[in-house]
Design a protein around this ligand. Sequence first.
Ligand code: HEM
Length: 453
Amino acid sequence: MTPVDLSAAERLRVLRDVLGPLVAQGAIVRRPAVMAWAERRQSDRRLIGTLADLRHRHGGAPLVVRLGPRSIVLVSRPDDVARLLQGTPTPFSASTREKSAALGQFVPHGVLISSAAAREVRRPVNEAALDTGRAVHGDAELITKVVDREAEQLLSDARERGSLDWPAFTDAFQRCVREITLGPAARDDVALTSMLTALRRAANWSYLHPRRRRLRQELDARLHLYARGAPPRTLLGRAIARAEEDGTTTVADPAGQVGHWLFAFDAAGITVFRALAVLLSRPEDRDRVRAEGEDPSSDTTLPFTRACVLETVRLWPTTLVVLRESTEPTAWGGRELPAGTGFAVASAFFHRDRERLDFADAFTPGAWLDGRAADDWGIVPFSGGPAVCAGRDLVLLVASRWLTRLAAGDLSFDRSVYLARQALPVTVDHYGLRFRADGARGESSQPEEVAAG
Ligand code: HEM
């Protein structure tokens, strides 16, 4: 369809309801105070409503938003999403100006912000490390052992304290991630994660924040040190082996990919924590996850638990917006858009599209088991096409294992009524989730109503 230019009033609405809240929440690391505000306001509801309204008004045409010299085109139909994602890296590059400026703060050689030529070298190295395309990672046995150990320790600490909150969970999750990625020597390297978090905070401002060069060099030096002694059965060890095999070590820069992996695992942790809240609110689903985790024949594929993870990231996507930038002029209906045009897919709008999806707001893991969700170009929590998340399969392995372990613990959720509803809230602040660990192998405890929803 031919793109339409938004009027000044429509542009303001998009800035206020769509782009503003996305930037405020923090694209690279979420800001806790804004997340709490966003949950109270259910800010994604306005985003969804505004985009649905503009789609109606303009018959599904791509919406051109002029922002000074730059134009961003918001698409509102799944076939346009498919065109952008399948057309990556040319004519639609994943390395947009905003993303390059942001990720350049901590992972300047990352595959996601690489030129088409460098991508050809770096993508296979990422795929070898993460075992992309294989449901069960080659080192799954080792990986799941690490998960089990950390989850058990976390549950035991939680029982002692009487509760499990985000800070305790993320500390344990990051210990697990560092060990899987870099080896046992990195398990307790909290300073590494802190460095990365500081760089990610700067990255939230994209090109509006000056480069923190010294800190990035420190991070780089630390990662290269790990690279020297990386055990072969770690993500970094696997990446190094593949780059050596391909003779591409200099361009591929295996240690230079690690920043993206550590950063992206944060999204996996957020998803586990939200999924846990949902499961503790829905005893039937929780019991199915527990049973799957206890059944030796369900091995590491855990289909229902994986579907719960996917469904959680559909309902609350961690990549708020997928961006592309055209590398050449592209034809859209009767109009040509110049090279350098930005394109945006607002995930929450597509994932909660009531006009297209009869399960838009409902927790429906079954949609991932019967193909309804997986085959839909409007449902892209891990993106799609040639630059699809290279860590998708690994995330599902790690997250589902964590979930079975935590679901089997003696946890309960006081706000369970909030997530037991048929129509789930559009914004959930993971920082604010807190579970009780009082020893009663949790039937849901007395619910407490909250304002949002
Ligand atoms: C819930 C967890 C995660 C979600 C929802 C997620 C989602 C995504 C999305 C949407 C993209 C595309 C971004 C874009 O086009 O701008 C992406 C790219 C990528 N992700 Fe993930 N991701 C997750 C975790 C991970 C993890 C843990 C790793 C590595 C260990 C990882 C590795 C990558 C890589 C390497 C890319 C770049 C792929 C390329 O450009 O070819 N992701 N991810």
